[in-house]
Design a protein around this ligand. Structure first.
Ligand code: SF4
Length: 644
């Protein structure tokens, strides 16, 4: 991403033969020494040395006063000072601000040769009566003609405007904005009219002839104008005056001056947008672009307060990873508004009831944690002394996930149990405590799906056993670490025993019988017994991923029957990281939420990647990778419906 920098050079009041009623340039810019052409080099060098971003676009900007009204020799001296930097590619363009009545075709052509790319005209209003009362010294027609000349030379046109000028009302201000769009401007600035000491406007204000806008009105008006401009592809380079010591102290008389004016405007735009929320929920999450989150919450949290009164519990969340706008030395504006577009104000509403509560190992990589938080309400487990270190913060050691809640070990971390209770998640306390060593570590490490429980049944907590009608016994005590159920028919495992148990599983009620098997993609072989044998062999080769079909109630070599199919995908565990061990297990990286398989790490380097993607696609599952790094066994990620 290219970073845009401006190097501002202020030339206050220089060459301006007028005195608009509100103007006291020295006060507004806070400068009383005029920059000479000789000083330009030092200013540029100083700024360039402070820019950190390598990939950047830099412009020198001559602001204030009336650049094209300067004696031609002086204009050229300023522009000459920039040329060595343009030639070396350190500066990429020049921009200036000037008056509309000081634009001629010849002058524009000359300054264009020096690298002038953008010219901003101080239009302020397009209403002749307002311009006259303000003693601007030019008319709307001057603005039109100057705009046409600038555009005819292929230079980007900027038209600045002011709100709240004498005799201007909201309608006039909005008309000015419309004219700015229609004249072909690509940039604008919105300045509220401020009453400054030692100006004619100050006298008008004191005599009652002029009434300044209140800050609230200026914010409201600016936010409407801002929205209108971005909808019409006009960049708003600035809203509000630059802060200055003079304005902060003796120069200010009246009017909507505030250091955080732009933030107040953005907050107001969000307030307007959020007013229209219509939901029954009393617990909502508003997902907004990351760069806008503070504005959405509102100036001094006002928007959140208003919404909380309406909806109860309101949370704002960043919905993407966009870079926040930073305030850099050399930036055109203290608060860079120019990066905004209509989509920056897009938001979505989620009812909290729709989001899961999540239990996860607090030691997972930071980026994964950050992304998991976007997915729901996460409770992170911290390591405890209850069991050995590598699994001491693993959710699947302390919690067994049921269809709508958890069975938990009596010595499970109290904080997590308390938080789950607070969220009204269905909880049942188990009988067995988790201990230091196997098999005391596994009573809850089982998988329950539908009416079937899969575990090493010798070690299962009795509360869990009693919950399921069918029990499948496997040798692996760490069953959940090694098996994740996408649904009643689809499983992923990293354990050969579990893989084979699914092939020829035994159930405690013995009502189920052996199954046939086949590679899911090998239907062409399905009708021959020899093909079936081959597939059985393949399925026993645990280093090869296989899909297994199981017919539910009949033992048959006829594997064409697809009425009830169950599939298991094997993923070699050697590819999974688990601190303190040679490796972990793929299901230990995983959690399931609706039709999403949430994985702690990237699957791109898995040797079974193609099969995994196909498996998920065939079963209408999405893959959500929590970060782009190695797959880490985090003792499963449990996602459960939030009943709060
Ligand atoms: S045009 Fe008006 S505001 Fe600008 S410098 Fe001249 S007098 Fe001041």
């Amino acid at each position: 991403m290219i970073k845009h920098y401006n190097i501002p050079i202020f030339l206050p009041e220089l060459a301006c033969p007028y005195r608009c009623v509100y103007c006291n340039q020295f006060s507004i810019t806070g400068l009383n020494d005029i920059v000479k052409p000789d000083n330009v080099k030092a200013i540029i060098d100083n700024h360039l040395s402070s820019f950190k971003e390598e990939n950047r676009f830099v412009e020198v900007a001559f602001f204030g006063g009336n650049f094209t009204g300067l004696p031609v020799g002086m204009q050229n001296d300023y522009l000459e000072a920039v040329q060595p930097y343009l030639e070396k590619g350190l500066i990429h363009g020049i921009r200036c601000s000037t008056r509309p009545d000081y634009i001629s075709l010849q002058r524009v052509q000359e300054i264009k040769r020096y690298g002038m790319r953008n010219i901003e005209l101080g239009a302020q209003s397009t209403n002749d009566e307002v311009l006259k009362l303000c003693k601007r010294g030019h008319t709307y027609n001057d603005i039109v003609e100057a705009s046409q000349i600038i555009l005819s030379e292929g230079i980007t046109l900027g038209l600045q405007m002011m709100i709240g000028l004498p005799s201007s009302d909201e309608e006039n201000d909005f008309q000015t904005a419309k004219d700015i769009v229609n004249l072909g401007a690509k940039e604008t600035r919105i300045y509220p009219c401020i009453v400054v000491k030692d100006t004619e406007l100050a006298s008008m204000y004191q005599s009652g002839e002029y009434q300044a806008l209140s800050i609230e009105e200026a914010v409201r008006r600016s936010s409407k104008l801002y929205t209108y401009f971005i909808e019409n592809d006009v960049k708003v380079l600035r809203i509000g005056l630059h802060a200055s010591d003079e304005l902060d102290s003796e120069a200010y008389v009246a009017g909507p001056y505030h250091k955080n004016f732009a933030e107040m405007v953005f907050s107001n735009i969000w307030e307007e947008k959020l007013t229209n929320i219509n939901t029954e929920s009393k617990n909502i999450i508003i997902n907004v672009p990351e760069s806008q989150i503070n504005h959405a919450i509102g100036w001094k949290g006002e928007n959140k307060k208003i919404l909380s009164e309406r909806f109860g519990n309101v949370t704002f969340k960043a919905k993407d990873e966009r870079r926040k706008t930073k305030d850099n030395k050399g930036c055109l504006s203290q608060f860079d508004t120019s990066t905004s577009s209509v989509t920056d104000f897009d938001f979505t509403i989620t009812s909290k009831e729709e989001l899961p509560t999540i239990i996860a190992d607090g030691r997972m990589p930071e980026e994964a944690k950050k992304n998991l938080k976007k997915f729901g309400d996460v409770l992170f487990l911290n390591p405890t002394e209850i069991t050995y270190k590598s699994i001491s913060a693993h959710p699947d050691i302390f919690f067994f996930q049921t269809e709508d809640g958890f069975i938990y070990a009596p010595n499970a971390p109290k904080r997590i149990v308390k938080e789950l209770k607070k969220r009204k998640i269905k909880l049942t306390e188990g009988k067995k405590e988790v201990g230091k060593k196997y098999p005391e570590t596994v009573p809850y490490n089982a998988v329950g799906i539908g009416d079937t429980l899969i575990h090493n049944l010798k070690h299962t907590d009795s509360t869990i056993l009693s919950l399921y009608k069918n029990h499948i016994n496997v040798n692996q005590g760490y069953t959940r670490c090694n098996l994740v159920a996408l649904n009643e028919n689809c499983f992923i495992t990293s354990d050969e025993g579990i893989f084979n148990a699914v092939n020829g599983r035994q159930t405690t009620d013995n009502s189920r019988v052996a199954e046939t098997q086949r590679h899911r993609d090998a239907e062409c072989c399905a009708s021959t017994g020899s093909a079936t044998e081959k597939l059985k062999a393949q399925s026993r080769d645990a280093s090869t991923m296989s899909f297994i079909k199981q017919n539910e109630n009949t033992f048959t070599e006829d594997i064409v029957d697809t009425s009830v199919q169950k599939f298991v995908l094997y993923i070699d565990p050697k590819q999974i990281k688990l601190e303190g061990h040679d490796h972990g297990f793929f299901p230990g990286c995983c959690g399931v939420w609706k039709n999403n398989l949430v994985v702690c790490g990237s699957t791109k380097n898995l040797k079974e990647k193609e099969e995994l993607d196909k498996f998920l696609k065939d079963n209408n599952f999405n893959l959500i990778e929590l970060y782009d790094g190695e797959l880490v066994d985090v003792g499963s990620v449990f996602l459960v419906r939030n009943e709060e």
